[in-house]
Design a protein around this ligand. Sequence first.
Ligand SMILES: NC(=O)c1ccc[n+]([C@@H]2O[C@H](COP(=O)([O-])OP(=O)(O)OC[C@H]3O[C@@H](n4cnc5c(N)ncnc54)[C@H](OP(=O)(O)O)[C@@H]3O)[C@@H](O)[C@H]2O)c1
Length: 310
Amino acid sequence: METPSTNEIRFLQATEMGLGAWSWGDRIMWNYGHGYSDDDIRAAFDVSVEEGIRFIDTAESYGNGRSERLLGQFIKESQQAVLVATKFTPYPWRLNKKLLLNAIEHNLERLGMDSVDLYQIHFPFPFTSIETWMDGMAEAVNRGLTRAIGVSNFNQSQMLRAYSALAQKNIPLASNQMHYSLLDRSIEKNGILARCKELGIRLIAYSPLEMGLLTGKYSTENPPAGLRGRRYGSLLTKLPALLKLMTEIGQDQGGKSLVQIALNWCICKGTLPIPGAKTAEQAQQNAGAPGWRLTEDQVNALDETSDLLG
Ligand SMILES: NC(=O)c1ccc[n+]([C@@H]2O[C@H](COP(=O)([O-])OP(=O)(O)OC[C@H]3O[C@@H](n4cnc5c(N)ncnc54)[C@H](OP(=O)(O)O)[C@@H]3O)[C@@H](O)[C@H]2O)c1
């Protein structure tokens, strides 16, 4: 397989951690507007950027475009240099590349930008070929609308098809954004992570705190509200052993929090975690995750305990 030029995607390899903006405007999963406001989100943005977290992930579907609008507004008002990643949703009625090119114009309009750093396809869609989407993506690069191309939720064969389609146009596949945390290690076990490393595709780890479970604030007595509570009910019973080990490792690391251990573990595994943050406090704590490393023994101990959760 021909290896495409990697110059355009160096910024992703150089980024240790980012910030996820799904909760910025989303009511269905995150209950936006209840318990946190636009001011809190703005503070999360400001603190992250001040602390050097300058890669922010959003999507056209987050809050029906509200996440992109808020991000664009914050960047404009703060005049800060931020790397922006957003996503194309392959809705069933979007069946050709023209509709992708049309969609990216709308992403850019909401963000108030002429181009983004990374444009990702949110998930594969069975009725439109991966080659069709990659054709549209390549055209978006050629038109200067995005600097790099990524996929998300693509399994290994889908990712390789995207990689090959782009390689024929000498464009690298920059990233695959996948679920990855101490509570979901599928990409380690099914070979996707190893394949990404081999091909120079950055594995962007989403939900690295398992939607808040790895912060230690949720338990069987205090489950997260709404859809998250329903999704994670049974997992909460298995959590205490892992949280205890994370607490001990945090103490051995000079007082790192559970959040910092969970995110640093993702970094140690060679992925780029993008934890969500709704408030300045959350952003501040998350920003303490990069810049240092767990020891090999600590990573192994976390792996062993996470394996026991089955
Ligand atoms: N490509 C995809 O299909 C896909 C899917 C999911 C996510 N993503 C991306 O990945 C990003 C992150 O994933 P995620 O938002 O699902 O989950 P996450 O990062 O695992 O968890 C984020 C949530 O944990 C809580 N939290 C974060 N930092 C905290 C702290 N320091 N202390 C206490 N609580 C804290 C907050 O919720 P509470 O305060 O409400 O607990 C926050 O919204 C998203 O924003 C999005 O950009 C992509």
